[in-house]
Design a protein around this ligand. Structure first.
Ligand code: COA
Length: 207
């Protein structure tokens, strides 16, 4: 079970629960169909649709059981602007597995905010929930998302060919993952990437 203290602070961001005053900012990016191009979701067609999305996000603040979600607003501390959101899903308490996801307002891409926020979700999952493995899943055409996971040092574990029929077409799915010991070893080494350069005890691997 995980009921974190908010906000979570990263170098540039406050990650905090969504609140009613976020409606206009959430609508500004979530109602953009281009944002959903490689997602299962569809853009809401009006403000009421975004309000319903916001209400669901406001409730996602703790992990108590399988399938629960923490979904946080990522706010640039310098400007106070909502730049996007980030998510941690407790996919399996039994196997200590989780999944991360992220979404940015198009105006706020290209600054590393998704990577920074997702790194905080990995820390939450591994350090506070004691997860063993965290995954990231994406449409294989979503190269910007793949780069986020690679910057986090996650391993590309699988490329599933046409395993899902999404928005009228067969789509490939790619799965990335990181294990707790990989996360800790990378952090000890002070490197954001380079999984595989240490073994599961954290000892360096000779090459
Ligand atoms: C996926 C998504 C969040 C990626 O956004 P992004 O801005 O590329 O990701 P980041 O915020 O981590 O920024 C990384 C980019 O900023 C650059 N950058 C600039 N300053 C940086 C910094 N301080 N730290 C890290 N990267 C920085 C990086 O070089 C990188 O650019 P590149 O990929 O061209 O090399 C965005 O495309 C999106 O919201 N897509 C729609 C929703 C979606 O598909 N979500 C994923 C579902 S699986």
């Amino acid at each position: 079970m995980l009921t974190p203290d908010f906000p979570l602070r990263t170098e540039r961001l406050d990650l905090r629960p969504f609140q009613p005053s976020d409606l206009a900012d959430l609508h500004a990016y979530f109602a953009d169909p281009a944002v959903h191009r490689y997602l299962y979701s569809e853009a809401p067609t009006d403000l009421d649709g975004s309000r319903a999305v916001l209400v669901r996000r406001q409730e996602r603040t703790a992990l108590r059981a399988k399938g629960d979600v923490i979904q946080l607003a990522a706010v640039d501390r310098r400007t106070g602007r909502l730049v996007g959101d980030v998510v941690l899903i407790w996919t399996s308490p039994e196997h200590r597995q989780g999944e991360i996801g992220y979404l940015l307002h198009p105006d706020h891409r290209g600054h590393g905010y998704a990577t920074e926020a997702a790194a905080a979700m990995l820390a939450l999952g591994f350090d506070q929930l004691d997860l063993h493995r965290i995954t990231g899943r994406l449409d294989a055409r979503n190269t910007a998302s793949a780069r986020v996971l690679e910057r986090l040092g996650m391993r590309r574990e699988a490329h599933l060919r046409e395993n899902e029929f999404v928005k009228g077409e067969w789509a490939d799915e790619v799965i990335y993952a990181q294990l707790a010991w990989e996360w800790r070893a990378r952090r000890t080494a002070g490197e954001p990437g380079a999984p595989g350069r240490v073994d599961r005890t954290g000892a360096p691997i000779e090459t």
